[in-house]
Write a protein that binds this ligand. Structure first.
Ligand code: ADP
Length: 322
């Protein structure tokens, strides 16, 4: 016959820490299931898996599952880098699009005052956000991801002069906008560790940060500073992404490593942070991005790597509360 220990063991691989307080009485199992962060489809799948697993045990006739979930407000995920030009905006745009395609209600904030590029990446150039009362209304994009950008608030080139409170206030306007049903915001931060980052960390409390770096050492030293800033402020590093590693020659297909390879992964390991993935240097990624077609919105292989990174990010967001 099945005992409570056998039930715990059967639950572990299916539900991990999500299943709690299992009880067994007269062939009936009852348990509490923490479904925090899961959408209704995934809740239903998980529940069905648990029922199937437990009913396969001898003597179990009925399974009762009580779902609970923590109330969560809108969550912010910061995308940061130590320096510019490493592909941070490209990653932020593609993560947002891939997460949307995965069924999440996600919005995108472009807080990069030095080079707001999201309107171009998301094919929303020239769309100006309207304001209702005190609040901005995010602009829709063709990818189901509403967005707001520093670049939409000011004339090109002007925002660079912002410092301190001005930059902080502008960020607050973007974050406190009328995001409606959006419950996850991807925030493309400026490179480095300046005023916008401090304001983000102190006032808006991101749930975690994704750091992107090229494999070069110098970029890694810069990236380390960005990581330290989040660490010191107790913002968890969700993981590190290596970009522009491995160049596939469009003519012969040979892979070369113009900037080296594996540096970011090794650094992630040394610092004890998860490694989320490696994006190759691929002219198709640049072309699609420049044309306002984020690769993650297309079905080609260029999008796969972003989908995989987004899935890892999603897994982190869905982890049950410790
Ligand atoms: P950042 O936000 O860090 O300044 P961007 O995302 O704007 O960097 O990327 C800088 C340039 O590099 C852009 O032209 C972008 O299209 C290109 N780029 C980014 N990642 C890749 C990649 N993996 N392969 C090819 N080009 C890339």
């Amino acid at each position: 016959m099945t005992d409570i220990e056998a039930i715990r063991q059967a639950l572990e691989p299916v539900a991990g820490k999500r299943a709690a307080a299992p009880k067994l009485a007269e062939g009936r199992v009852s348990l509490i299931l923490d479904v925090t962060g899961l959408d209704s489809d995934r809740r239903a799948l998980l529940e069905a898996d648990i029922r199937r697993t437990l009913k396969a045990l001898p003597g179990v006739e009925e399974v009762r599952i009580a779902q609970t979930s923590e109330k969560q407000g809108r969550r912010l995920v910061a995308v940061g880098s130590g320096k510019g030009g490493v592909g941070k905006s490209t990653l932020a745009a593609n993560l947002a699009v891939a997460l949307r395609r995965g069924g999440r209600k996600v919005g995108l904030i472009d807080a990069d005052i030095y080079g707001p590029s999201q309107p171009r990446l998301m094919a929303a150039e020239g769309r100006r956000p309207k304001a209702e009362g005190q609040k901005l209304i995010p602009v829709p994009t063709d990818f189901g991801v509403p967005m707001l950008s520093m670049g939409q608030l000011v004339k090109p080139g002007q925002a660079v002069a912002w410092r301190g409170p001005m930059a902080g206030n502008a960020l607050a306007q973007l974050i406190d906008a009328d995001w409606g049903e959006i419950d996850l915001l991807i925030v493309d931060l400026p490179p480095g560790t300046g005023d916008v980052q401090l304001s983000m960390i102190q006032k808006h409390k991101p749930v975690g940060a994704v750091i992107i770096s090229t494999p070069q050492d110098l970029a890694l030293i810069d990236a380390t500073r960005a990581i330290d800033l989040f660490n010191q402020s107790n913002v968890p590093i969700i993981g590190i992404v290596e970009n522009m590693a491995g160049y596939a020659c469009p003519h012969c297909g040979e892979i070369s490593d113009p900037f080296g390879s594996g540096g970011a992964e090794a650094a992630a390991q040394a610092m004890g942070h998860p490694f989320l993935g490696r994006v190759p240097l691929d002219i198709a990624i640049r072309r699609a991005s420049d044309a306002g077609h984020p690769p993650a919105a297309l079905d080609g292989i260029e999008g796969d790597v972003f989908r995989e990174i987004a899935e890892r990010l999603g897994g982190w967001l869905d982890r049950p509360a410790a």
